[in-house]
Design a protein around this ligand. Structure first.
Ligand SMILES: *Cc1c(COP(=O)(O)O)cnc(C)c1O
Length: 481
């Protein structure tokens, strides 16, 4: 299996070559040259792996279709080490919970629980594997990596919990001082591992991102200090996410002739793009539903064909903050497929048109119609009031508390659910991470999993720093010796 760039660069790379990289050299995103096809015999084999041996075995089978430069026994060991009951709370790793509610006449709607990992958000599903893959590959190369990132909450904590204690890796994670939820701050700052560095910047999230960009654009510094990232455009993260679409399908169906739909709370289009990949492989998915909050860049595209990047002034701060995006960094992968893999056109849209006009319009293009008809995409959006109402309804009918992001997914899914096609809503975080909104909706604190009881009281390790690129660089230099 070789990987290519969505913008047409001539290089073809193998999995481990792109594992530690970000963008392709031409600024495009990596995708496999073609999607391996899962025919009915192979789907039956995957179902059997899931039924008899569980998630880690399924992950190994799916990853093996894309990774041919890690020996099978090693890859199997990495999957076994990653997807354990100890890390993810249940033997199923991603169990389904069937919901009851009056609004879903005759339709079967379930939550697929993706957020029982170490940081209680679905990003653990991919990041935990990435941590083990990084450690493995860096050891093979006898190399080191310093991960520099910016986070508003979920990504940073998932990255830190994945990389803590890993040989050859250090994490330097910037975050806007005082702006993450109290639980998120406690989660990150209570990590005392030597290779984890929390840097609280006196600024907002965009300032943190600007610092990361400025450091990464200093190519000499980047090379000398082996700076890398773990952002959501990393192909390995996306690939790891493909697995739980299969696991959800096998739990919701008993025959491979059945179809299911997925509703995905979306921001950077990474999660739902993994669903797209699963569907392209032949997993019987009827609909892929892109659910957004008030930051509706993606909903607008799927309704009109217009992709219009927002400025920071019209990016809303919402109560589902992990979906507060101004542009969707993985979206180029889907558009490349929509345009029948025309790299020149993809480059023109994402490089030229977006830079010059801040938007492009495929509404009049005959290919746009395929987004729904051929690729199965539907979309919808939700508001703060919708989230509160959905949290209340689900609690009233099921005694289950859901978080605000999952509420966005449910709100959009319910009217689109059809009898006979199970609807799986991806649960992307646990409510304790966004406790203030739960208190607003239900008048009570969400449950805190036992392993995080009292986390606010633990000693903390965080360095507060002014908004300065040089200060961050100096800090990295000091801690790299
Ligand atoms: C990151 C995140 C999302 C958005 O996922 P994308 O892959 O960026 O679309 C949704 N919900 C939660 C809780 C998240 O942390």
């Amino acid at each position: 299996m070789r990987y290519l760039s969505t913008r047409g660069h001539a290089d073809r790379k193998r999995f481990c070559e792109i594992l530690l990289e970000g963008l392709a050299p031409d600024g495009g995103l990596y995708l496999p040259e073609s999607y391996p096809q899962v025919n009915s015999a192979e789907l039956a084999k995957l179902r059997k792996a899931w039924n008899s041996q569980g998630y880690a075995a399924l992950a190994f089978e799916v990853l093996s279709l894309y990774i041919d430069d890690i020996p099978a026994t090693d890859l199997r060991a990495l999957c076994d080490k990653t997807y354990t009951e100890a890390s993810f709370g249940t033997r199923e790793i991603v169990p389904l919970k069937l919901l009851k509610t009056k609004a879903m006449a005759g339709a079967q709607v379930s939550l697929e629980a993706l957020s029982n990992g170490p940081t209680l958000a679905f990003k653990d599903m991919a990041m935990q594997l990435l941590g083990n893959l990084f450690e493995y590959e860096l050891a093979r190369r006898n190399a080191e990596l310093n991960i520099l990132g910016a986070t508003s909450g979920d990504t940073g904590s998932a990255a830190e919990y994945a990389m803590r204690g890993k040989k050859g890796v250090r994490v330097f994670m910037t975050s806007p001082q005082g702006r993450m939820s109290p639980f998120q701050q406690a989660q990150m700052f209570s990590l005392l591992d030597e290779n984890i560095h929390n840097i609280a910047i006196e600024g907002v999230f965009d300032d943190c991102q600007d610092i990361v960009k400025a450091v990464s654009n200093d190519l000499d510094f980047k090379r000398k200090y082996k700076i890398g990232t773990v952002n959501s455009i990393n192909w390995a993260r996306l690939l790891a996410q493909v697995v739980y679409y299969f696991a959800g399908y096998f739990q919701a169906t008993h025959s491979d002739s059945q179809k299911v739909s997925f509703s995905v709370p979306s921001g950077n289009f990474g999660n739902v793009c993994a669903g797209h990949v699963a569907r392209m492989m032949g997993l019987p998915i009827e609909q892929l539903i892109v659910a957004t909050n008030e930051n509706d860049v993606l909903d607008e595209f799927f309704k009109t064909g217009v992709y219009r990047v927002r400025g920071s002034a019209d990016t809303h701060e919402t109560s589902s903050p992990s979906m507060d995006i101004s542009k969707a960094s993985n979206f180029e992968r889907f558009v490349f497929d929509l345009l029948q893999r025309d790299a020149a056109r993809t480059k023109n849209l994402f490089h030229d048109q977006l830079n010059q006009q801040g938007q492009f319009d495929l509404g009049q293009d005959p290919l746009f119609e395929a987004a729904q008809s051929k690729f199965g995409f539907l979309s919808g959006k939700s508001t703060h009031a919708d989230r509160l109402k959905t949290i209340q309804d689900i609690f009233a009918d099921n005694r289950i508390m859901i978080d605000t992001h999952t509420a966005d997914g449910l709100k959009v899914a319910i009217p689109l659910a059809k009898p006979g096609v199970p609807m799986l809503v991806l649960e992307t975080a646990l409510p304790i991470k966004f406790a203030a909104s739960l208190v607003e909706a239900l008048g009570r604190q969400p449950d805190c999993p036992a392993k995080f009881e009292g986390i606010e009281l633990l000693p903390r390790r965080v360095h507060v720093m002014p908004l300065s690129v040089d200060a961050v660089k100096a800090y990295i230099v000091k801690h790299c010796d």
